[in-house]
Write a protein that binds this ligand. Structure first.
Ligand code: 5GP
Ligand code: MN
Length: 340
């Protein structure tokens, strides 16, 4: 099948194409607590560069959760750049701000500051202003943007046993919840068609990311859902995950992924919040909001976080019981401004 992405290729800045084409040794960096979009984008960039005759490494500061084991090349993701390599280009993927690369950016601040860079990201809150920083908030996923880049570079996504197609499809499936979120546009679907035609196993990817879970994770979900609380006639819905929950369910921290999407199914909720204990003095929040309602980045922005209008997060430097009341108060205040 012939899918023509031609009408969309003008969205890719020439300088991004030139930097990728000119690079011989690329460092592709994902965000901390990685997901399929940031990993798929980084691995696709690695494969793209290799298809063009260069070499590349993928870096993520945190370990990659096993749910992403199926991404082609994921075993090559390193926590730090290779000290033996002289890199000539930094590519930062799916990071709404530079801090999102996490501690690796602190450990290698000199290298990260010195290398010519390309940023590819779809967060509206991203204010990066470098010459080759490409931010497209209309893209459903960073992988959607990297797919356009691959097409513009003339790289066949079916190459290397469908590695590029599979990684890019995984990111799009992740960030659209398999085309269920309102961020999926005609362009998203056309690009996905191109990737599936190139051999990306769409239904297998969707099953792995959304419809298959270890029993321990299902038990963890049960505990957290059972503890659901609500306020303001159900307009605010929340639950909390503590360290003890993981231990008692036999689950891992990565298993809390997906819980917020269940909380956000609460039918009257304007704002759904999951509070996650992330240490004795640290709490992570995940926020989801109803279309046409509260801007999730406004709520998380009050606490130093960011994300998208419907899905955002933040890390708060306080123990969970202290972090919760101010977040709920702010959520209630914002939800009160919404009229249906
Ligand atoms: P999640 O709730 O799934 O962890 O994150 C939802 C969205 O918010 C993701 O697109 C992610 O990129 C963004 N996000 C999550 N946590 C943070 C954060 O601490 N800072 C910023 N800037 N964005 C975040
Ligand atoms: Mn993303």
């Amino acid at each position: 099948m012939n899918v023509d992405l031609g009408p969309y290729l003008s969205a890719v800045p020439e300088i991004v194409v030139d930097r990728l084409r000119g690079a011989r040794r690329v460092l592709a960096v994902s965000h901390e607590n990685p997901d399929a979009d940031t990993l798929g984008a980084a691995l696709a960039v690695v494969h793209l560069v290799e298809a063009l005759g260069g070499a590349a490494d993928a870096v993520c500061t945190d370990p990659v959760p096993s749910i992403y084991d199926f991404l082609p090349g994921v075993e090559r993701v390193r926590s730090d750049p290779d000290p033996a390599v002289v890199y000539d280009l930094l590519v930062i993927l799916d990071c709404g701000s530079l801090e999102r690369v996490g501690d690796v950016g602190v450990r290698h601040a000199e290298l990260f500051g010195r290398l010519p860079r390309v940023i590819i990201d779809h967060h509206a809150s991203n204010d990066a202003g470098g010459a080759a920083d490409w931010i497209d908030p209309v893209a459903a996923a960073t992988c959607e943007m990297v797919a356009l880049l691959a097409a513009k570079l003339g790289v066949d996504p079916a190459a290397i046993d469908h590695a590029i197609a599979t990684n890019l499809m995984a990111g799009i499936v992740m960030d659209t919840a398999t085309f269920a979120h309102p961020n999926a546009t005609p362009r998203t679907l056309l690009i996905s068609s191109w990737l599936v035609a190139a051999g990306a196993p769409l239904s297998d990817i969707s099953r792995r990311l959304y419809r298959s879970k270890p029993n321990a994770q299902l038990r963890l979900f049960g505990r957290i859902l059972d503890r659901l609380e609500s306020a303001d006639d159900g307009r605010i819905v929340w639950s909390s995950v503590t360290d003890a929950d993981y231990t008692e369910a036999g689950a891992e921290r990565a298993h809390s992924e997906g819980l917020i999407d269940l909380l956000s199914q609460a039918e009257d909720a304007e704002v759904a919040i999951l509070f996650k204990e992330a240490g004795p003095k640290e709490t992570r929040i995940s926020v989801r909001t109803r279309p046409g309602g509260v801007d999730a980045t406004v709520l998380t922005g009050r606490f130093g976080g960011g994300g998208h209008a419907r899905a955002a997060g933040a890390t708060i430097q306080a123990p969970l019981p202290e972090a919760r009341p101010p977040v709920l108060a702010e959520a209630t205040r914002l939800a009160a401004t919404i009229e249906r």
